[in-house]
Design a protein around this ligand. Sequence first.
Ligand code: ATP
Ligand code: MG
Length: 418
Amino acid sequence: MQTIRGFRDILPEQIALWQKVEQEAAALFESFGYREIRIPIVEKTALFARSIGETTDIVEKEMYTFEDRTGDMLTLRPEATASICRAYIQHKMYAAEPVRKFYLTGPMFRRERPQKGRYRQFYQIDAEVFGVESPYIDSELIFLLHTLLRRLGLEGLSAHINSLGCPVCRPDFQKALLDFLGERKDNLCENCKRRLVKNPLRILDCKVETCRQALEGSPATVDHLCPDCRTHFETVKTSLEKLGVDFMIDDTLVRGLDYYTRTAWEVQTTTLGAQSAVAGGGRYDRLVEELGGPSTPAIGFAIGFDRLVEVMEQLDTQVCEKGPDLFIVSLGADAQAYAFEWSCRLNTMGIRTDSDFRGKSMKALMKRANKVNAAFVLIIGDNELAQKKLVLRNMATKEQTEIGLDNLVNDLAQLIKN
Ligand code: ATP
Ligand code: MG
């Protein structure tokens, strides 16, 4: 049996970077007042279709959708924002305290063509804020993302920022875009010809080369913003500049989901070839209301965890993996019984202790102690037990200390802690 295409195992040998990222992210988010939220992996299909948009790539061709035994249509979540909105509304979180800041880490599912940096089960780290319309929250999120990536030592990244406007100015932009594309209709791919009628903004996100060419010189959303959207975007820009966050205005950036309004951004890397987006986010001020909640401004971003780890691997990021404080080498049945008891006791006293009950030779067990990178090794055999004296070996200095059997656990704890 093998994993299915686009799905993969992340093995203990690879996990150090994942854990480092998770710890850094959680610490940073928590310090800014974000709280972790955990939500189901499966939701009703309608939730994603209605929020992400019927004519987006995700909904049209990438979702893992299936019929439950009762006939309900269910989908493995392709992203987290829609589900977090659902939770915010379902639990009436807005009633107790409308301003909520969440973060989440977990798997997402999209049936795309698998390649390096693109999987069918991939992981995202999300941060979302509900209930704040102020542009400072846009800047806070962009700053958080920037700070996290810097703390992780990432280089060669660029942040692209745009404003997509709101329902007030969007129609004006859409008209300008349609006027522009009218003459270039024949050069668009079949998909975009359909989008022209159904969802013209999506054309801006099309990856087909002929469409990219047809779009050259197309109108920019930022030139069609209403005064409120313009002021909002100005504050985002100036507040980020003040903090020294590097970004560039990218007036072609629209992102692949329909729910975005106003600020949208993406962080790109040059180190992963075509899969260049490491993170993306944006405002979605209409979504909570569209999903049946009260009118609530909201904004968030998602980091592509797999890609982030791949960039860190390329940069040869080292995470020091600590072995156990103590490895107990036990030779013989009696020794194993002691090894078991002491390793349990020491672990509860804060000494990270591992042992091996296979009944292997001294040589094999010492090899294992080396492999797991133990700081100390305790050797117990029949002789040692008979003489009531055990040897503790410091693996770094090779120094050996004799310890009496009486009060062994406490003596060990003292020696190792020093
Ligand atoms: P892309 O343009 O690369 O398809 P996207 O715009 O579809 O990305 P989002 O929906 O914004 O991606 O998700 C946020 C992040 O999740 C992306 O920036 C990317 O790093 C990551 N991501 C998206 N799809 C995949 C995937 N299939 N495999 C691995 N990571 C992914
Ligand atoms: Mg995509």
